[in-house]
Design a protein around this ligand. Structure first.
Ligand code: BGP
Length: 461
């Protein structure tokens, strides 16, 4: 039987500018931290591939928009490149960039693909990073101004706005886990970065409210739902702590307006509270409301109690309170090294419905990254039945939650065309379209054709 989705459901894909635009010499773009770090630390992750070599949306956007239309997408989330729009510390607005994004969004609308636009996808301009990045409160003011420019220049064309994609990641990956530039490992600094990003989010919402644009604004969070190894008190406590540090820390401040008290008192106890949190900021946070929530879901987090010392040489970290747990018999995506667990979509929906019943939400990213996809090419097309199965399984649980009343507005897959990634360039492919790195050719995969049919039917069997 056919599983039908609600009327006007958002069916689409998600991408980000750093991962898809590519740099064209002379286009007036300034460096962001990825342009810089993919050049300077290239050997660490990328085998010679930099942000310059991403999938050329900047040069080929007209064809790419036709490709979106070609598989029936009714919406697509991308971002704006801050360092393209405002390329240097003087703050001047790059007119070429304004024209470019206006043309992109206008063409998307004409093609029936609603532009969902995110302001920040990990891509801080280098001139701000050099002044301390998100640790510096001046970055909050610069971000608000950038947001104001975006609302003013593109407000008539954009369908739905987002302030940040995965705001936890710049803090966690950049200041705690040594994955993203500036490769700092210091919990207290990470917490300051997170707090400043939360304040910046609120500033952008406040700027948006002042424009009186008739559209909506939200935020996109990555959710890694936590599952304990067992129901033993020690494992349950471990799960509680993982959830507190990695999910509730951010969800509650954004969605309920304040940090969890338990978290604050633990950070006090370990002397890890960020130094710069003002009463004015806490007021602003309390009074900020979003219109909708995007959830990026890729994998569950399985945890157990920690029975050995954390291997971190005294550096305070959430991992002091729990340990990762590999569930026997778990299904893995071995390409990406993460567990596949579609049921979590249902659990996430239930949690939102219970804790934040007034906030409509959608799946803003979900997908599967696969290595060496060329091995599945037959008759000139990637026969990615594994991706179709992945989508079906996840959509099955989403459908189930919607049937039970969850206020879910749509589903966006990561991603549209195979793209460059933060830690491994082109190793894992996620797209509905394949990108051939040798020829530059973009060609639809079997999953793209399948998704098109699903959109036409507004459901699947
Ligand atoms: C999300 C990011 C995306 C994208 C995706 C795939 O966390 O928002 O930008 O990269 O993950 O993950 P990866 O590229 O690390 O395989």
């Amino acid at each position: 039987t056919m599983m039908k989705f609600p009327k006007d459901f958002w069916w689409g894909a998600a991408t980000s500018v750093t991962q898809s635009e590519g740099t064209v010499p002379g286009d007036g773009k300034g460096d962001n931290i990825w342009d810089y770090s993919s050049r300077v630390f290239n050997n660490r992750f990328y085998d010679g591939v930099t942000t310059q070599d991403t999938s050329r949306f900047y040069a080929e956007y007209q064809d790419d928009i036709q490709r979106m239309q070609g598989i029936g997408l009714n919406s697509l989330r991308t971002s704006i490149s801050w360092s393209r729009l405002i390329p240097d510390a003087s703050g001047h607005v790059n007119a070429t960039a304004v024209q470019f994004y206006r043309d992109v969004f206008a063409r998307m609308r004409d093609a029936g693909v609603k532009p969902f636009v995110n302001l920040f996808h990990f891509d801080l301009p280098m001139y701000l990073q050099e002044q301390g990045g998100w640790e510096n409160k001046d970055t909050i003011a610069a971000y608000r101004r950038y947001a104001e420019v975006c609302f003013e220049q593109f407000g008539d064309l954009v369908d739905t706005w987002f302030t940040f994609n995965e705001p936890m990641i710049p803090a966690e990956a950049g200041y705690l886990h040594d994955r993203h530039y500036p490769f700092v490992v210091d919990f207290r600094r990470a917490a300051q970065v997170l707090h400043n990003i939360v304040v910046a989010h609120c500033e952008a919402i406040s700027a948006f409210r002042q424009t009186h644009l008739p559209t909506n604004i939200g935020i996109i969070m990555d959710v890694i739902p936590v599952y304990p190894r067992s129901q033993n008190p020690a494992d349950l406590k471990a799960a509680h702590m993982a959830d507190l540090f990695y999910t509730r820390s951010l969800n509650e401040v954004i969605l309920k307006g304040s940090y969890p008290e338990e978290l604050v008192s633990i950070l006090k106890q370990y002397d890890q509270l960020p130094a710069e949190i003002t009463a004015g900021e806490l007021d602003l946070i309390r009074n900020t409301k979003i219109d909708l929530l995007g959830i990026n879901y890729y994998r569950p987090r399985r945890v157990k109690t920690r029975d050995s010392e954390p291997n971190r040489h005294g550096i305070f970290s959430p991992e002091w309170f729990f340990d990762a747990y590999e569930m026997p018999g778990r299904r893995m995506n071995t390409s990406r090294g993460i567990e596949i667990y579609p049921e979590a979509i249902y659990d996430i929906a239930k949690k939102i419905d219970n804790e934040y019943p007034d906030i409509p939400w959608f799946v803003s990213e979900n997908g599967i990254g696969i290595q060496n996809e060329e091995q599945f090419i037959q008759d000139g097309m990637v026969q990615d039945d594994y991706r179709i199965d992945f989508l079906k399984e996840h959509l099955y649980y989403l459908h189930k939650a919607i049937q039970e009343g969850s206020h879910c507005l749509g589903y966006h897959m990561w991603t549209f065309v195979d793209c460059w990634s933060w830690m491994n360039a082109y190793k894992n492919r996620y797209g509905f379209y394949r990108l051939d790195l040798d020829t530059g050719e973009k060609s639809v995969k079997k999953s793209g054709i399948w998704f098109h049919q699903l959109i036409e039917d507004n459901g699947f069997e």
